[in-house]
Design a protein around this ligand. Structure first.
Ligand code: MOS
Length: 768
């Protein structure tokens, strides 16, 4: 059977009549059914001019009266206590305003750990500078405030400290001996269906191998920083944040004040990727600011980001697949251990893709966590899926080699018609279409299945592919406010975030289309904890979360307008489901000529503006349906037969992520994810000294990320098939791009050379 024949059989089954609503019982969403207006058109970032002209004000660019600058000292042992701390010389240095250590820091409550409360934002829940204890190598032990950054940096170099080290666990092998069951979002990372080991043993074809992925550190271009000030008992934090409301609430717990007394703003963020949450630096800056009675600006050095902001942890994953000669899976096993900090709860959930990717007779999926004395590891773009798909999709490729089958055909033969582990239907899954279109465009049929068969000069050339997958999420807490003026202008206000993804632009488009207003007539206010809603820019769910809240607010606005419009209105008798906004008018959805403009309506009722709020319905859609973003990744890699160096020379991402709202910003998300995936595949690796628990390469000189010369032109296509069960028909696009890339590269390297690399990154020493 060819790929196309195999695909055709699956696609015929998958096409079903879809109801045009995204929730059971919900109003049909015109933005899903109709393609008109701004949605689907490439709109440039509305904040682009501010960013390129330097007028966009980032967290560490707020100038405040009498502001001082902070510098941090970091511990150099993994566990133990501070025996001696000499700060007098630093305190006497020029410009120094305060040296804060555990000896004079104010009493503070622990930061609530992320997940412990709907608004908890902490990367760990350790006490911060409250005693002489040390919990990881790199923990802050002193804050110096001075009139200039240079003075603070110099003074901190004068601090002398002596430690009393205690036995610590900084070796993965040792930690593994007492690993615990991983728990993610309240659920144990453990899933067993049938007897997978027995099915594996009985299967005529199998792979059973171990893959390893290293630690990764966060490297957003904008260093983590904040400008903080106290106004009496009110705390103002200009932060770089992907969770302003969470941060405000959490800081209120730390300083024992009301949530409303903390005001967090974050209008611009230079990249987050999961790292721009609440870490010790904001707390320390606020505490020091209170002691000094001065506003404080804190910006971590690049080294500081490595020391105190957690990254992606290391994983060791066994993948075993048992299959019949025709490729059908009898057993799918993905189990293993990840390192985890002692005071956080983020067991990198690498098994998640395997829950929904393939049909199999039996399953055994499990993630265990090995506690270590290290900085709390955290979310990093597609936590779980980025490294989980490396192992799973490499194993698929290995099995395809064993079976002598095309790896795309093997995937299509195991394409499930409903979620294979939960049993619920997929809301929208067109991954086979993505493979077929991608294979065609990439020239997959040119691939020689025999490894090492294609040579161009010193270069061995190979093609590889892998599935990309990331779940659809929508968290509760979406609340939006809409204000409509008598000039026909609207403002949406929601405590959401723009970290560079294009969220503000895309939501402006969505709101403009909903209201039937021009883009220039709509403003989206975000990045401020005083705005409504509890919205996390994480889990690729912000667009859905905002979209659902805006839908609710829009519905409330139209209901209110129709009520106020009264009997004289041409729209009298209609309710909110019967009207649609077009060209500045409210129109009868069935008879668009029956209409009244916002301006005329507002004038007639004598109102300058109307403000309403709407709350998103509870996110029940993903209990009814199995919902995911999907993609098929294609890579051409060249490996030098002389040096073993790998160059990726072509890459195609073929995506199925529902309706693409703004092709321009969505493409940037896909592309950026793929670039980050190339880093994961080929170079990113935190060097962790297992003797001392110290990160040895805390700088971009020694921690390598892809630069211009490492990245080929990345080709992107997508199905653009709306998911009838998701707000606006859209799935998340922020994280899917990094998934599958590691395996696509490794599989291409195997096809080029016959060498199978099972431990990332694929550096040249592994190729020789
Ligand atoms: Mo993302 S790792 O959910 O910011």
């Amino acid at each position: 059977m060819s790929i196309k024949e195999a695909a055709h059989a699956v696609m015929k089954k998958a096409v079903q009549v879809a109801p045009d609503k995204w929730m059971p019982g919900a109003t049909p969403d015109p933005l899903i059914r109709q393609k008109h207006g701004l949605i689907g058109t490439p709109v440039s970032r509305l904040d682009g001019p501010q960013k390129v002209s330097g007028t966009a004000r980032f967290a560490a660019e707020f100038p405040l009266e009498r502001m001082v600058y902070a510098a941090l000292n970091y511990s150099t042992i993994a566990k133990g206590r501070i025996r001696e701390l000499h700060t007098a010389e630093a305190a006497a240095a020029p410009g120094v305003v305060l040296v804060m250590t555990h000896l004079n820091a104010p009493r503070m409550t622990r930061v609530p750990l992320f997940g412990s409360n709907a608004k908890a934002a902490g990367g760990d829940d350790l006490p911060i500078m409250q005693d002489e204890r040390i919990h990881w190598n790199g923990e802050p032990i002193a804050v110096v405030l001075a009139e200039s950054q240079e003075q603070a940096d110099y003074a901190k170099s004068l601090i002398r400290v002596a430690y009393e080290a205690e036995p610590s666990v900084t070796t993965f092998e040792v930690a593994k001996a007492s690993s615990e069951q991983g728990v993610f979002q309240g659920e144990p990372l453990l899933l067993e269906i049938g007897d997978a080991e027995a099915a594996l043993a009985a299967a005529p074809h199998k792979v059973d191998v171990v893959y390893r992925t290293p630690r990764h550190n966060h490297n957003p271009i904008e260093l983590h920083g904040a400008t903080v000030a106290w106004d009496g008992d009110e705390l103002i934090v200009h932060d770089a944040s992907q969770c302003v409301t969470h941060t405000a609430w959490s800081l209120a717990q730390v300083f024992d004040i009301e949530e409303e007394q903390v005001h967090v703003t974050s209008p611009y963020v230079g990249g987050g990727f999961g790292s721009k949450t609440l870490w010790q630096y904001q707390v320390l800056a606020a505490a020091a600011s209170r002691l000094a009675g001065r506003p404080v600006r804190i910006v971590l050095s690049r080294e500081g980001v490595y020391r105190i902001v957690g990254g992606r942890t290391l994983t060791e994953q066994r993948v075993a697949i048992g299959a019949q000669a025709d490729g059908r899976f009898d057993a799918l096993i993905q189990t293993g251990v990840v390192g985890m900090g002692r005071h956080n709860n983020m067991p990198e959930p690498f098994m998640l893709p395997a829950k929904s990717a393939y049909k199999s007779g039996t399953f055994r999926l499990q993630v265990e966590a090995a506690r270590m004395d290290m900085v709390g590891n955290t979310f990093m773009r597609a936590p779980g899926e980025a490294v989980g798909t490396f192992a799973l999709e490499s194993a698929l490729d290995e099995l395809a080699v064993n079976l002598g089958m095309d790896p795309i055909e093997l995937r299509i033969r195991n394409e499930p018609d409903k979620d294979p582990t939960s049993g619920v239907p997929f809301s929208s899954r067109h991954i086979v279409e993505a493979y077929v279109a991608g294979a065609e465009r990439f020239g997959w049929n040119q691939r020689n299945p025999k490894p090492g068969a294609r040579r161009e000069g010193e270069w061995l050339v190979g093609l590889g592919c892998a599935t990309a997958t990331y779940p659809y999420y929508r968290m509760p807490g979406g609340v939006a406010r809409i204000t409509l003026t008598n000039r026909g202008r609207a403002t949406v206000s929601i405590a959401a975030h723009e970290m560079g993804m294009g969220t503000a632009t895309t939501q402006t488009m969505v709101t403009a289309d909903r209201l039937g207003l021009a883009l220039q007539c709509v403003t989206v206010e975000y990045g401020d904890s005083h705005l409504p809603g509890v919205v996390l820019a994480g889990g690729s769910q912000q667009t859905a979360s905002i979209g659902a809240a805006v839908t609710a607010a829009h519905d409330a606005l139209i209901t209110e307008l129709l009520k106020l419009a009264g009997k004289e209105s041409v729209l009298s008798g209609l309710d909110s489901e019967d009207v649609i906004g077009r060209d500045g008018y409210l129109c009868d959805i069935h008879k668009p000529d029956r209409r009244e403009s916002y301006v005329s309506l507002m004038a007639r009722i004598g109102r300058e503006q109307i403000t309403v709020e709407g709350t998103a319905p509870p996110p029940l859609e993903f209990t009814h349906w199995s919902m995911h973003s999907h993609g098929a990744m294609f890579c051409e890699a060249r490996v030098s037969g002389v040096t073993g160096e790998t160059r990726v020379t072509r890459f195609l991402g073929s995506f199925d992520c529902g309706r693409i709202l703004n092709p321009k910003t969505a493409a940037s998300q896909f592309r950026g994810g793929i670039v980050m995936g190339l880093g994961l595949a080929l170079m990113e690796e935190t060097q962790f000294d297992e003797r001392k628990g110290r990160i040895m390469n805390p700088s971009l000189a020694e921690y390598h990320v892809p630069v211009q010369m490492d990245v080929p032109e990345i080709d992107l296509i997508w199905t653009d098939i709306p998911d009838p069960h998701a707000p606006m028909g859209a799935h998340g696009v922020g994280e899917i791009g990094i998934t599958g890339v590691g395996a696509a590269v490794a599989n291409a390297v195997y096809n080029a050379t016959g060498t199978r690399v099972r431990d990332l990154p694929i550096t040249l020493d592994k190729m020789l």
